[in-house]
Design a protein around this ligand. Structure first.
Ligand code: NAP
Length: 446
């Protein structure tokens, strides 16, 4: 039971309930669907749509028109969405200009050409991806017989930031030997986790890890990979990445790694926030891009995958292309919505609805991630631009629905019956005109 003034109620409800309905309606227009690799955040979005889609437009319009603070909320949401797009496009502009003018180089990198071809290739690659779709298979059942439960790996984490440290905790707990290398000095953090830290990549590679686990930001991965002293590693090393986009690292690995190295592309579809209470049932996507036939190499790859299977992850094998197609429509939209809402600085109120609580959860889920990560999702997934445009279109359509109705109501008030009269008169003139033109006698009469 919450006692408050009607005025106070309306103010709080505009920022919570009306906002929730607005976001729910925008998402509903996008026609979101469940994917085989839903993140927790994306499931929050699906819940939100479910929560609001059954309400009539009249109800929503009522929340908008009869609450004087609602218009301000639409404006704030509009501004927040614009601000986020400006951040993305401003960065694009800066990067492309830098490449064009400062280095005097032609824009030639994979990601830039994919941006320029964005819209066109999004469609062509969608068609390709539909053909590519593979049925996710249960990894757990397949490996349990083939991997020795005691097999421990020597894993070198390259990029020991937020996510690298998050993964290291579980690897170390499972008894694997964990090494780390990063441009920042993480000696203390590493020590607390029982990880050996190296500030020189040469020293790290001379330890001959069996697995190199790349946890660098999407944007820095190419630079970091190219700087690795491959010659100091064992001839057979397994390279794994955890980037939130998949085609990009796959192509990089194939392009730059010596042919005798194995390649496993993965995406644990959770993070320090969504996975803080364990990884059970959280999706782990993988693509065995190049694993040698040798029994030991196959076993090494399976031992690595087993780290996640043991924690209860839902192991989903799919191609990198298929992953990116699903992820743009789910993960990128989730991050975009989370970031837009974060800008609104939503706060818990004494009258939170369930739907509003899902919004708050969404912000919590995405707020800890760096802008680098989000920009990477946008820039390095060919499908992301199209999704951003779709969100923009959905929001604009919703505004048109609201303001169009306002327009109609006000015109009715302004012109009331006179407008109706005008229309009727116009109709009767047209009718008479038609009658006149079809009867020559009537002309005479007139
Ligand atoms: P991030 O901002 O994407 O990456 C931070 C990492 O990148 C740090 O280790 C940082 O090293 C390194 N880095 C950034 N710029 C660099 C540069 N110019 N040169 C060398 N290293 C550079 O944040 P994150 O959350 O830790 O994510 C790491 C990777 O995991 C990303 O590829 C992300 O897509 C993926 N991932 C993240 C999540 C998540 O929930 N966070 C979930 C799944 C996958 P220093 O710290 O040494 O500067």
């Amino acid at each position: 039971m919450v006692e408050m003034s009607c005025q106070e109620h309306d103010k709080l409800a505009a920022g919570s309930q009306f906002m929730t309905h607005t976001v729910g309606r925008v998402l509903d227009m996008l026609g979101l669907e469940s994917t085989p690799i839903n993140t927790k955040g994306y499931e929050t979005l699906l819940d939100l749509v479910e929560n609001t889609c059954r309400d009539s437009f009249d109800l929503y319009y009522g929340l908008f028109l009869y609450n004087k603070s609602a218009l301000e909320m639409v404006e704030r949401l509009d501004l927040a969405f614009d601000a986020l797009r400006n951040e993305l496009f401003g960065r694009l502009h800066h990067v492309v200009r830098k490449q064009l003018f400062e280095n005097g180089e032609k824009v030639k990198s994979v990601h830039d050409s994919s941006y320029q071809n964005g819209a066109a290739s999004a469609f062509s690659s969608n068609a390709l991806r539909y053909q590519d779709v593979t049925i996710p298979y249960e990894f757990k059942g397949k490996i349990s017989g083939s991997v020795d439960d005691n097999s421990k790996l020597k894993v070198a984490i390259v990029g020991f930031g937020n996510f690298g440290q998050f993964l290291a905790k579980t690897l170390a707990r499972q008894g694997h030997s964990v090494l780390a290398y990063s441009r920042t000095d993480y000696r203390d953090a590493a020590q607390k986790l029982g990880v050996s830290f190296f500030s020189d990549a040469n020293d790290l590679c001379e330890e001959h890890p069996e697995v190199i686990l790349l946890c660098t930001s999407i944007l820095s991965t190419e630079k970091v990979l190219k700087s690795m002293p491959f010659q100091r590693l064992k001839r057979s090393t397994l390279f794994v990445d955890v980037l939130s986009v998949k085609e990009f690292p796959r192509n990089l690995f194939l392009q730059h790694l010596p042919p005798e190295f194995d390649i496993l592309c993965t995406h644990p579809m959770f993070g320090p926030e969504s996975g803080k209470n364990g990884w059970n049932e959280l999706p782990f996507v993988f693509d065995k891009v190049r694993i040698g036939n040798d029994e030991r190499r196959v076993a090494r790859c399976n031992s690595f995958l087993d780290i996640f299977a043991r924690e209860g992850c839902r192991m989903v094998e799919m191609t990198c292309a298929e992953h990116d197609w699903h992820a743009a429509g789910s993960q990128f939209i989730t991050h975009t919505m989370g970031r837009v809402l974060e800008k609104l600085q939503l706060e818990s109120t004494p009258i939170n609805t369930k739907g509003y609580e899902t919004l708050l959860k969404l912000v919590e889920n995405t707020a800890g991630d760096s802008f680098e990560l989000y920009y990477g999702l946008f820039m390095y997934n060919v499908n992301a631009m199209e999704q951003l445009e779709r969100m923009d279109f959905a929001f604009e359509s919703l505004k048109k629905q609201l303001f169009g109705r306002l327009h109609g109501v006000l015109r009715k008030e302004l012109f009331g019956d006179s407008e109706k009269l005008e229309v009727l008169q116009e109709k009767s003139v047209r009718k008479n005109g038609a009658a006149l033109s079809s009867s020559p006698e009537s002309v005479k009469i007139s």
